[in-house]
Design a protein. Structure first.
Length: 406
């Protein structure tokens, strides 16, 4: 008996018990759909986030007036209460460091914004023009332009802020809006980024750093800076520039490096933290999919046990005409493997349909890797074989005389 004979024999027996076979396959299909959808969405978010982080490049870093920003974000430690402030002096000292290509300052907060007859409170970022040069691949202009250095009382809207904040009244280039009761002219509207990490960036409103400092003067010291962004020049590494910045700022703030009241965070550090978080999420999701797939495995095992009980006499006949234990074992394992394969194939096709709907209707990032497809078939067939092994082994061990008497 060759494998082709075993497959034909298995298909014939499954066809005889079609209702039970299809119900068993449905159990496997549910598990496979869960695997395809959850893993593909997880991969989609992972790819989407990594693509966005790559836009910032390995040559950029951020300086915050907080001593343990990444430790708090990653959950690796409790948030330190040691927080300080950044100043214009810090910016000038950083700008003077060899290897620093660009430096941009920013301040931020919530402000009252009025347009036509509507008034809202929204997040406003006051930033140097250099910030847009540093992130030119990430922030693109849909209409108008970005404000120039030294330009005052002008404002730049992100896409969602322009279209959603004021209902039917969409903000356009040339409009006048009031920010904390001061008139600002709209000079540009940003192109929508539309990624999983960009909701804040798509809803931001930008003014020049000087205007931002005026708007939030009640919350800041005269020369205070909320955040400093740094771009490293070619030929230098972010790590070596980071060490120099930390020494300079520690000297400015009269603190030791192990007691610093600021954080210098590189793009690579952010990638590592985000990657760690994503990996933890993927582990949890993988566990959920495995639990869901147990339903299919239990169904296959139950079906195969029933098949063995119903076909005891048939097993006796096969053994009486010379079938070996291995051949009997193979017959039943092929049968359970076919159930697993059918469930994997149907589940994969339905899962792809679900992914398409999620992508079209809800704009969910998905990425169906080839390795997920390979895993689906290995998993479904493997689950079928493992679930069917005990019943198959039980059938193979039957005494032919006892089986024929059944």
């Amino acid at each position: 008996m060759n494998i082709k004979d075993a497959i034909m024999y298995a298909l014939k027996n499954l066809a005889k018990r079609s209702l039970r076979s299809w119900l068993t396959i449905v159990g496997m299909v549910i598990g496979v759909i869960a695997i395809v959808v959850i893993l593909s969405i997880s991969e989609g978010f992972n790819k989407d986030i990594n693509d966005q982080l790559a836009a910032f490049g390995a040559d950029q870093m951020f300086i915050y007036p907080s001593s343990d920003l990444l430790g708090s974000f990653s959950g690796s430690g409790s948030f330190s209460q040691t927080s300080g402030k950044l100043y214009d002096e810090d910016v000038e000292d950083i700008r003077s460091i060899p290897g620093v290509k660009e430096v941009a300052r920013s301040v931020y907060g919530r402000a009252s914004i009025s347009f036509k007859d509507k008034n809202i409170t929204a997040f406003v970022l006051g930033a140097d023009r250099e910030m847009f040069d540093m992130y030119g691949d990430y922030i693109e202009t849909e209409s108008g332009r970005i404000y120039k250095d030294g330009e005052r009382n002008v404002i730049y809207f992100a896409a969602d802020a322009a279209t959603d904040y004021f209902g039917k009244d969409e903000v356009k280039v040339g409009n006048i809006v009031q920010v904390n009761e001061k008139n600002f002219r709209v000079v540009g509207v940003q192109k929508r980024i539309g990624t999983s990490l960009s909701s804040q960036d798509d809803s931001s409103i930008y003014v020049s750093f000087e205007d931002g400092r005026d708007l939030f003067s009640g919350q800041l010291l005269d020369d205070e800076v909320g955040l400093i962004m740094v771009q490293v020049d070619e030929g230098f590494t972010a790590d070596e520039i980071k060490e120099t910045i930390e020494r300079k700022l520690a000297a400015n703030h009269h603190v030791r490096l192990d007691e610093k009241d600021f954080s210098v965070v590189t793009s690579e550090q952010i990638n590592e933290v985000v990657g760690s978080v994503l990996f933890s999420i993927q582990i949890v999701l993988a566990a959920v999919t495995l639990i869901a797939s147990l339903v299919g495995a239990i169904g296959i095992a139950n079906t195969m046990f029933m098949n063995v009980l119903e076909r005891i006499k048939e097993i006796g006949v096969l053994k009486a005409v010379g079938a070996t234990r291995i051949q009997i074992l193979t017959l039943f394992l092929v049968e359970s493997a076919i159930i697993g394969f059918a469930g994997g194939l149907i589940g994969l096709l339905l899962g792809m349909g679900v992914l398409e709907l999620l992508q079209q209707l809800f704009d969910v990032p998905v990425f169906l890797r080839l390795r997920i497809i390979a895993f689906v078939f290995i998993f479904s067939v493997g689950t079928g074989v493992l679930a069917g092994f005990l019943p198959a082994w039980r059938a193979a061990k039957m005494d032919p005389v006892d089986a024929l008497k059944f």
